[in-house]
Design a protein around this ligand. Structure first.
Ligand code: DGL
Length: 264
């Protein structure tokens, strides 16, 4: 029996949920978005680890037997603590993204963009260097990208201008591969790609993670899922905002979103 528990600081993890859902059938998913405490990208490692432990415990207590940390910041800070703390397999988004970047680069110059927390943690830089020490890495945080996506400003002039400013150091370093190291950034692919130019390959960590999770589920016995059984979504703040912004991420209205209290 397999049940995936996926969590994120809020709504952005729906990019990972979507990639997993598109690739894996017959496995129920329980998604939790910590919308009351988002963003994680500006918080300390201690806080993000504490939140992540609470959420992962809740998902396991609710029957999940595999955890996917769909948030880059939570992966950066809490993946190892969660692996020590839990007895079920825990997947993160950084290692798969790093692997794809190393596989893709031709000139050995890779860029990483993410939240302040992800960039400061050095998690992508370490993961890439562990795979290939010769790769040169430039990491830049792009904090305004998250609110721009949640506002639905995916193709506005201001978005291009902000992207132009954030991405300038990466253009100057001549990166040929750029890791989208934040849940929200795949929605800005068009903008980022136009600013970076055709020669730069964008790595979508969500897609890469889904491939990892899919090979894990393929090795487990199939779960008898009731036909059309909907996935279960929980949030720690009002479900209505999650449902509304969720449409930007999924292109459809989410059903069955419930409020959950984690701190007792
Ligand atoms: N989900 C976060 C990440 O991928 C972005 C939003 C936040 O800062 O919490 O890093």
């Amino acid at each position: 029996m397999l049940k995936l528990g996926i969590f994120d600081s809020g709504i952005g993890g729906l990019t990972v949920y979507r990639a997993i859902r598109d690739g894996i059938h017959g496995v129920p998913i329980h998604y939790l978005g910590d919308t009351a405490r988002v963003p994680y990208g500006t918080k300390s490692a201690e806080t993000v680890v504490r939140y992540s432990r609470q959420i992962a415990s809740h998902l396991v207590d609710s029957g999940a037997d595999t955890i996917v940390v769909a948030c880059n910041t939570a992966t950066a800070y809490a993946l190892e603590p969660l692996r020590d703390f839990l007895t079920v397999p825990v997947f993160g988004v950084i290692e798969p993204g790093a692997r794809a970047a190393v596989r893709t680069t031709r000139n050995g110059i890779v860029g990483v963009i993410g939240t302040r927390g992800t960039v400061l943690s050095g998690a992508y830089q370490q993961a890439i260097s562990a795979l290939d020490k010769s790769v040169k890495i430039t990491a830049v945080s792009c904090p305004l990208f998250v609110p721009l996506v949640e506002e639905g400003w995916l193709d506005e002039e201001v978005t291009y201008r902000i992207a132009g400013r954030y991405l300038k150091p990466l253009l100057e370093k001549d990166v040929d591969t750029l890791v989208l190291g934040c849940t929200h950034y795949p929605l800005l692919k068009e903008v980022i790609s136009r600013v970076m130019g055709k020669g730069v390959t964008l790595i979508d960590s969500a897609r890469e993670t889904a491939l990892d999770v899919s090979s894990h589920t393929a090795q487990s016995p199939p779960t008898p899922v009731k036909k059309n059984q909907p996935d279960h979504f929980e949030v720690t703040d009002s479900p209505s905002r999650f449902t509304e912004v969720g449409k930007i991420f999924l292109g459809r209205e989410l059903q069955d979103v419930s409020l959950v209290a984690l701190e007792h």
